[in-house]
Design a binder for this molecule. Structure first.
Ligand code: HEM
Length: 126
């Protein structure tokens, strides 16, 4: 079975996906709540998410090579993440996947995988 990395179109598509994701987060007030948790300059966030997703989809482990184990849940602890933040992150990512033209079947699989990771980031009681 081909990896998600190959099926999505490798680094080029992942880069486009991450760029679209952060452009949307930056432009659309629907995502203001999670946008304001991020630094004003999104360059580092873009690079890190790109490197992380490369490995997460089964491609080169760029993030691990540079920064070590991601310990994502721990790294998100400084931000209060509940259901609404998780849902905003997911909505933004789903729109980005749609706009970048990720194939529908793959989009469904990635949505399910993203959802598990996003839900795992929750760190505040509702
Ligand atoms: C559930 C809702 C989420 C929120 C609100 C959120 C928010 C954030 C914020 C505020 C940062 C710091 C960015 C900065 O330094 O300016 C960050 C970093 C990051 N996030 Fe998320 N995130 C969420 C879910 C996810 C998910 C699902 C993934 C992966 C699939 C992810 C991957 C990352 C990575 C790789 C970083 C960089 C970590 C580092 O500092 O090395 N995040 N996130």
């Amino acid at each position: 079975m081909e990896t998600h990395f190959l099926r999505i179109g490798g680094e080029d598509t992942i880069r486009r996906l991450v760029d679209r994701f952060y452009d949307l987060m930056d432009e659309d007030p629907d995502y203001y709540c999670i946008r304001k948790m991020h630094a004003r300059d999104l360059t580092e966030a873009r690079n890190k998410l790109f490197m992380f997703l490369s490995g997460w989809t089964g491609g080169p482990q760029l993030y691990m090579e540079k920064f070590g184990h991601p310990r994502l849940r721990q790294r998100h602890m400084p931000f209060a993440i509940g259901e609404s933040e998780r849902d905003q992150w997911m909505a933004c990512m789903q729109r980005a996947m749609d706009e970048v033209g990720v194939d529908e079947k793959l989009r469904e699989e990635l949505t399910a995988a993203f959802w598990k990771t996003a839900d795992f980031m929750r760190n505040r009681e509702e």
